[in-house]
Design a protein around this ligand. Structure first.
Ligand code: ATP
Ligand code: MG
Length: 286
């Protein structure tokens, strides 16, 4: 499904949230949206989902104005995506039942989809009986089972730890390869955007405007994102994250020997090391 945003503005009462958004998203393209909290990223997805209307401009899906919600444009939230009173297989089947498919064939398809996301054996568990990562796997199965033409993913893995998130990114990538929907992915994780996206749009603070657009090469990507280091640095810079090494204030005196408690806020070697460690860990995991 091709999505065309033509000079879209959105405001809520007096609050301008999106200003002059003007982009085409190609059929089967995956575009990641990153930007500061509250800038209007979810709002942009809600416009495509048909939950909100633009204040100005035109929004087209395959050339036709979006008039309301439709299952071919599927929105998936960060969490609480499953009904707690239904088992995983019932949750997934529900998406088909809402489209008037009969219950037994919906349940059969749901079992098959749970298998695809590696949840075979957990079909009859309730959401609270499985881990957060497993819940999001089930939510992915539910999002994909209806074969939507556009998938609107709002921080789908935001609540997961870094390792679980990466395995879920692999699952998502595999499902996208099989079903080729157009995807808009809102994420706060720049590495997730680099790993999954064909294109990344970096937004300003509200009202959201596109600060910069990055097109990623079609080459096969892995979780080793070292080839994208300079793009990563630039995106983080646009988001106001400092990527320079911070050595703290200049030293006025020679540093005390290793192990000596620091005086007056001067970093000792061992404190400097312990400060550097989380950065290494973050880079190793993220
Ligand atoms: N239905 C609504 N009615 C009134 N204001 C709204 C509505 N939806 C969003 N807003 C406001 O629009 C602004 C943008 O919200 P939005 O949820 O799109 O931000 P976001 O970029 O997704 O932020 P985050 O990264 O924190 O999820 C916020 O100030 C929010 O309060
Ligand atoms: Mg949001």
């Amino acid at each position: 499904m091709k999505l065309s945003f033509k000079n879209i503005d959105k405001q809520f009462s007096d609050l301008p949230v999106i200003k002059g958004f003007d982009r085409d998203i190609g059929d089967g393209e995956l575009v990641a949206l990153v930007g500061p909290s509250g800038c209007g990223k979810s709002t942009l997805l809600h416009l495509v989902a048909g939950l909100e209307k633009p204040s100005a401009g035109t929004l087209l899906a395959d050339g036709k104005p979006i008039k309301g919600a439709h299952p071919e444009r599927m929105l998936m939230f960060q969490e609480n995506a499953l009904y707690p009173w239904l088992t995983l297989v019932q949750n997934v089947a529900l998406a088909l039942e809402l489209q008037k498919q009969d219950k037994s064939s919906a349940l059969r398809s749901a079992r098959a989809w749970l298998g695809k996301v590696n949840l075979a054996g957990f079909e009859d568990y309730f959401p609270h009986q499985v881990s957060g990562g497993m819940r999001q796997r089930a939510a992915l199965a539910r999002a994909f089972i209806t074969n939507p033409k556009a998938l609107l993913l709002d921080e789908p893995f935001g609540a997961l730890d870094a390792l679980t998130r990466m395995t879920l990114q692999d699952v998502l990538r595999q499902l996208i390869r099989e079903t080729t929907p157009t995807v808009l992915l809102v994420t706060h994780d720049v590495d997730e955007a680099l790993f999954l996206a064909d294109r990344i749009l970096v937004f300003s603070a509200r009202p959201a405007t596109v600060l910069k657009e990055f097109t990623l090469s079609q080459q096969e990507k892995s979780h080793d994102l070292s080839a994208f280091a300079s793009m990563r640095r630039e995106i983080l810079g646009l988001l106001g994250i400092n990527t320079e090494v911070d050595n703290g204030p200049p030293r006025e005196t020679a540093p005390p020997s290793v192990g000596t408690p620091a005086a007056g806020g001067v970093l000792t070697a061992d404190r400097a090391e312990s400060r550097a460690a989380p950065k290494f860990t973050e880079e190793a995991l993220a």
